[in-house]
Design a protein around this ligand. Structure first.
Ligand code: DAH
Length: 342
């Protein structure tokens, strides 16, 4: 009986060593360890043996069962990990689609414009969104009592300065970076400034309290209106296509003299007149002009030696025009159904 058990153990271990697949292992497990398996049969017969033999054979059979079971588990684990590592790949199954992100339409236009201006030798500058009253208004020739302040209401920070005034606000435009850049880099200077701005607006389809602007300026000796016109024409062509024309008409901004707007032929009707351009054939997108001597002075630049042009426009509005977006609030809504279209 003892020999029979030892032989059986050897036989099981030999066969186990040869078993390579999970399927074969399962067959062997049933054959030896299953309820009707050979080892179980012997264990079941132990109770019919004489007392002395029963103890000895019982202990041996149990020990063998434990050992063999452990071996089974070990080999099972090995073959399992091998099978998954070199696992079967069904190349006919449909693949898993990798979802790519989308750029916000405002970012797309911003990048296009940055490319254009970098190719013209402009630097891309940056400025704080939390701005002082001085840079946002005063340095741009908009004193406290000036009615132009009404056009750009904003959010003030609830903290007074030493003079007891509310001095910190969320910038209403990117123009304050003109003076900051002049102070930092001096003249000559060529820079564009994309950035986030804020207005205290009751939001609706045409107004949003958070918007993006794009500012540009160039300061050097003998800069004049023709330089401004040339650059704005390039902007129009880049944004709306080669055939785009520019029209400039006088407009007041406190920080330029003279001031002008910039209108492009309507991108929808190409100037014929349609609903988008209110039948005029033109879309007004830009504010611009020659930098006011007071603003140059605030930036530490002598207006007797240098002159410059500046322009600014809403990237958010441009994106709306270019992509036919009918609600200003969509761009910042974080709605993926919106973003996935670009
Ligand atoms: N800052 C003006 C605005 O937010 C836009 C603007 C107009 C910028 C004229 C300029 C400029 O640089 O010269 O409405």
């Amino acid at each position: 009986m003892k020999n029979k058990l030892e032989d059986l153990k050897k036989q099981i271990l030999d066969e186990l060593a040869k078993a390579k697949s999970g399927e074969l292992l399962r067959e062997l497990e049933i054959k030896y360890l299953g309820r009707k398996g050979e080892l179980s049969n012997i264990l079941r017969g132990v109770k019919d043996l004489g007392a002395e033999e029963r103890q000895e054979i019982g202990a041996l059979a149990n020990a063998i069962k434990t050992e063999v079971t452990a071996k089974f588990e070990e080999i099972k684990k090995e073959t399992e990990s091998k099978e998954t590592a070199t696992g079967f790949v069904d190349v006919t199954l449909p693949g898993k689609k990798i979802v790519r992100g989308h750029l916000n339409p405002i970012s797309i236009i911003q990048a296009e414009l940055e490319d254009l201006f970098i190719s013209l030798g402009f630097m891309v500058a940056d400025g704080p969104e939390l701005e002082s009253d001085y840079y946002n208004f005063e340095a741009l020739n908009i004193p406290k009592s000036h009615p132009a302040r009404d056009m750009q209401d904003t959010f003030y920070i609830d903290k007074k300065n030493a003079e007891g005034e509310y001095d910190l606000l969320l910038r209403t435009h990117t123009s304050p970076v003109q003076v900051r850049a002049m102070q930092k880099y001096g003249a000559p200077l060529k820079a564009v400034v994309p950035g986030r701005c804020f207005r205290s607006e009751a939001t609706d389809a045409r107004h949003e309290h958070t918007l993006y602007q794009f500012e540009g300026f160039m300061i050097d000796k003998d800069i004049n209106f023709s330089h401004l016109k040339g650059v704005l024409e390039l902007v129009g062509k880049k944004l709306f296509g080669e055939e785009t024309k520019l029209r400039m008409r006088p407009k007041f901004y406190p920080f330029v003299e003279p001031g002008t707007n910039g209108e492009f032929t309507c991108l929808l009707c190409k100037g014929k007149g349609c609903r988008l351009c209110k039948n005029s054939g033109w879309l007004e997108v830009i504010g611009a002009g020659l930098i006011h001597p007071e603003v140059l002075r605030a930036g530490g630049i002598d207006p007797e030696i240098y002159s410059g042009f500046a322009f600014g426009f809403g990237l958010s509005r441009l994106a709306q025009l270019k992509y036919g977006i009918d609600d200003a609030r969509l761009a910042m809504s974080g709605d993926l159904r919106f973003l996935q279209q670009f």
